[in-house]
Design a protein around this ligand. Structure first.
Ligand code: GLA
Length: 513
């Protein structure tokens, strides 16, 4: 009798519980280890719990740490959910966790195609090993100016040409080529190793280079001995964009390692950190953490922020110790992409100036995807915007014409002008644009761009672009001078090309003679 009453009560409670918490079929609540999942995003743990309105959970991956399961739906013995990695340009990844026979599986459509990975209930030891430990972020503050990068940094970076296939031998050969070609003497001083140099962390957490970089200190010495500086790359996330170890949880330790090697420049690329540094405050705090860590080493290190222009980075880039900050998506070696970045994504010009620069990404000149006129447009657009000039081609095999363009002193002088004004579009007429950049000596650089597919005249009307009538005009490429151009100046500009002028105001005539 009593037993029957108890059974009825249990049955009633179960029914009530089932109503309050929708059934999720076979019991899948708890912690699960996912084995052999694809390395990106590298799912390793699932945590599933009942919630008032159904099921809730988190997913732990090597790339993004622990992220909430979103848009959860359940079926008998199955659960589907999405994750958002903080990048608005990447679609949410959708996963399904389901029992097939006696085995649980996580299937998914990740960034590298679909996958199917088995899962089992986690033991305490596995949980301890695989749980992601969130590293605390520092409170926001402002780092003082350290006097570096008074003009936009110039150098070379391995990524655009070599991607992750970079090694010690290539870096040394590049340093030699920079000296031999005259590029160093033209102002290109940094030899930067981008993604792909990293090996693994040791038991103390110290990050070591991979086998392609047998001795970073020796490499830095080699580069320094040639009158050049050396740069390296990391990420505030657990993984870099190419899947190498990032500095997550190791910022101070990595800064010390870099300084001990003799590193002079760090590009810090958000990459997998976008999963959890996805608010203005958290992304700023993580960049500040590394900025302060670099300062604490006592070594002058130029700090390049690469978070693709999110959260108005130019407004706080200097405050976290940054000297340049990417304002754009990645450049590729074609005119359409380059022009899209160069003409349309120029950051906020007012944020640029001595000590801090908008960075529209590294150059693609010499990589073969653009015509000579398109490459000239590329370089002039960057110089007019006081952009960092990071060469992205193979300097050991660069053609003479490429080297001549890259070392054009007149263009470099415009880029490196000590006033540090970022030039802007002053007038636009269909596919023609006139840009101006004020220079320290009172002259103005004027670029006449033709974005059309055939040659056409481009007209600069002085009053319209903020200049006085009748300033003396010097054409940088042809060397021709037009002392009295009147109210405007017209140039025939090749398809997707540019004519670059230096305009001296009438008031300076007597000074120049
Ligand atoms: C990102 C950056 C690139 C390059 C790669 C390396 O895509 O924007 O400039 O550093 O990562 O993986």
């Amino acid at each position: 009798m009593i037993r029957r009453a108890c059974a009825t009560l249990i049955g009633l409670l179960a029914a009530l519980g089932a109503q309050a918490r929708p059934p999720i079929g076979a019991d899948m609540t708890g912690d699960w280890v996912v084995t052999a999942a694809p390395s990106n995003p590298g799912v390793r743990l699932l945590h599933i719990a009942r919630a008032a309105n159904g099921v809730t959970g988190t997913i732990t991956s090597d790339w993004y740490g622990e992220l909430p399961m979103l848009d959860v739906t359940t079926e008998p013995a199955a659960l589907s959910f999405s994750i958002y990695n903080g990048n608005p340009r990447i679609a949410r990844m959708r996963f399904r966790f389901a029992q097939v026979g006696s085995q649980w599986h996580l299937t998914g459509a990740g960034r590298r195609g679909s996958s199917d990975a088995p899962a089992h209930r986690a033991t305490g030891a596995e949980l301890a090993r695989l749980t992601f430990h969130a590293a605390p972020l520092p409170p926001l503050r402002e780092l003082p100016d350290d006097g570096l990068a008074r003009t936009p940094p110039m150098g070379w970076s391995s990524w655009n040409k070599f991607e992750a296939a970079i090694d010690d031998v290539t870096v040394r050969a590049t340093a030699d080529a920079m000296v031999r070609s005259g590029l160093r003497d033209a102002g290109y001083h940094y030899v930067n190793i981008d993604d792909g140099w990293q090996g693994a962390r040791d038991a103390q957490g110290i990050l070591h280079p991979n086998a392609r970089f047998p001795d970073m200190k020796a490499l830095a010495d080699y580069v320094h001995a040639r009158g050049l500086k050396i740069g390296i790359y990391s990420s505030p996330g657990p993984k870099t964009c190419a899947g190498f170890p990032g500095s997550y949880g190791h910022a101070a330790q990595d800064a010390k390692t870099f300084a001990a090697w003799g590193i002079d420049y760090l590009k810090y690329d958000l990459c997998s950190g976008e999963g959890f540094f996805n608010t203005a405050e958290s992304v700023r705090a993580t960049y500040q953490e590394m900025g302060a860590a670099l300062r604490a080493t006592g070594r002058p290190i130029v700090y390049s922020l690469c978070e693709y222009g999110r959260f108005d980075v130019g407004a706080w880039g200097r405050k976290v110790g940054g000297h340049l900050w990417r304002t754009t998506r990645d450049i590729t070696d074609d005119y359409g992409n380059m022009a899209g970045i160069g003409f349309e994504s120029d950051g906020m010009p007012d944020h640029a100036g001595p000590g801090g620069w908008n960075d529209p990404d590294m150059l693609e000149i010499g990589n073969g995807g653009m015509t000579a006129d398109e490459e000239r447009t590329h370089l002039v657009l960057w110089a007019m915007q006081a952009a960092p000039l990071m060469l992205g081609n193979d300097l050991t095999t660069a053609a003479p014409a490429t080297l001549a363009l890259l070392s054009n002193r007149a263009v470099i002088v415009i880029d490196q002008d000590r006033l540090g004004v970022q030039g802007r579009r002053a007038s636009i007429d269909r596919a023609t644009e006139v840009w101006t950049k004020m220079l320290a000596d009172g002259t103005t650089a004027v670029a006449l761009f033709n974005r059309a597919d055939k040659a056409q005249d481009v007209v600069a009307v002085w009053r319209q672009i903020g200049l006085a009538d009748d300033g003396a005009v010097h054409d940088v490429w042809t060397g021709t001078d037009t002392p009295h151009p009147g109210t405007n100046y017209t140039a025939r500009v090749p398809a997707r090309g540019v004519v670059l002028l230096i305009v001296r105001p009438p008031s300076q005539r007597q000074i120049v003679g």
